[in-house]
Each structure stands twice: as C-alpha cells, then as structure tokens.
Ligand binder design. Structure first.
Ligand SMILES: CC(C)(COP(=O)(O)OP(=O)(O)OC[C@H]1O[C@@H](n2cnc3c(N)ncnc32)[C@H](O)[C@@H]1OP(=O)(O)O)[C@@H](O)C(=O)NCCC(=O)NCCS
Length: 158
C-alpha cells in the first residue's frame, strides 16, 4: 500500500534474499547517525546483519525504487518484539519511521500479539514516545558493554 506525499511515495514490501547484504549496510549506516565510535559500530555489525532466517519477519520501505528503511518484528505469544527499525540517514525525518512503525504494529497484531516491545537506541527514545509507546524499564546492551538501553512497550488493542 503506497503512503506519503505524491512525489515521494513509500512502498512497503517483503525483504528479498538478494538484498540482505545491502539492507544490513543500511542498518549500519542508520545506527551510525548517533555518532557512535567506529568500535561501537563494529561491535553492532553482527547484531545488525540480516540472514535468510530474517526474511519472514522483515519488511522494507522503498522510495523511488530504493530501500529507505527496514523493520523487523518477531512474535512470541502475546508479546511481539520490534527487533529493528532503521531509516536510511538521508531519509530520516521524512516520515519513513512512522510508516515502518505502523507496519510493525500491523505485523504484531496480525500475529495475535497484544503488546509490542522495543529495546531502543537511546537516541531514538523520543521517536517511540511519539509513536505512543510507554517506557518499560532498561536493558543492558548485548553488543556494547556498559551501555544501558531504554525499553518501551505499546499495547495493541484487539
Ligand atoms: C528513529 C527513526 C527510526 C525514526 O524515523 P524517522 O523516519 O526519522 O521518523 P519520522 O520522520 O516518521 O518522525 C515521526 C515523528 O517522530 C519524531 N522523531 C523522530 N525521531 C525522533 C527522535 N530521535 N527523537 C525524538 N523525536 C523523534 C519526529 O519529529 C516526528 O514527530 P512529528 O510527527 O511531531 O513531526 C530514525 O531516526 C532512525 O532510523 N534512526 C537511526 C537508527 C535508530 O536509532 N533506529 C532505532 C533503533 S531502536
């Protein structure tokens, strides 16, 4: 379903096997907007790399034929996890994140989840609040020792 302004329509679609390396690099570029050191970005590389096992749970936002964002949701029972939401740096602030977050909500609800949770980058915390999520604790980063990440939760009304 196309969304956005007529001159910059955003399409959502399934991720493709042949583009997983390209999408992984998009995630890394996006992560790097928060001015992490090269060492931190390197530490996040494995976590941000998409493999064939991620295809079913990953959706791509495309603008003018090019990927501009990635979202991934996995569902375990009543709780869905927003495992990644990354916008190409050039497209940040143009509504792609909102479209990806709405898709995450749809994916979670369609799978029967009652709650969507995300362990967020601290720089993105305001975005999740803006999307209606509420703070739900903190979690130590799995990639960066000493970094504590905020957790957010969004109820998904039936
Ligand atoms: C966080 C991210 C996904 C948001 O995507 P985006 O395309 O910039 O978001 P949108 O343009 O749809 O913004 C929607 C609203 O959220 C607000 N917003 C976006 N990012 C924000 C931030 N980091 N802090 C506070 N508010 C933010 C916008 O101002 C906008 O508000 P408005 O509707 O009142 O104008 C994007 O900035 C990104 O990919 N960042 C780098 C990677 C990252 O940190 N991802 C999240 C990992 S948990």
């Amino acid at each position: 379903m196309p969304s956005g302004k007529a001159d910059s329509i955003v399409i959502l679609r399934a991720a493709r096997l042949a583009e997983l390396a390209e999408l992984s690099l998009l995630c890394l570029r996006s992560k790097a907007v928060w001015d992490y050191s090269p060492e931190v970005i390197a530490a996040c590389r494995a976590e941000l790399t998409l493999g064939p096992g991620d295809l079913e749970t990953t959706r791509v936002a495309e603008r003018r034929g090019h990927p501009v964002g990635v979202v991934q949701v996995t569902v375990g029972g009543r709780t869905a996890s927003l495992d990644r939401i990354f916008v190409e740096p050039h497209d940040i602030g143009t509504g792609v994140g909102t479209i990806l977050f709405a898709e995450a909500r749809t994916m979670a609800r369609d799978a029967g989840a009652k709650e969507l949770v995300v362990i967020a980058d601290p720089g993105a915390a305001g975005f999740f609040i803006r999307m209606g999520a509420r703070p739900a604790g903190e979690v130590p980063s799995g990639s960066v020792p000493g970094l504590v990440l905020p957790r957010f939760a969004l109820a998904l009304p039936g």
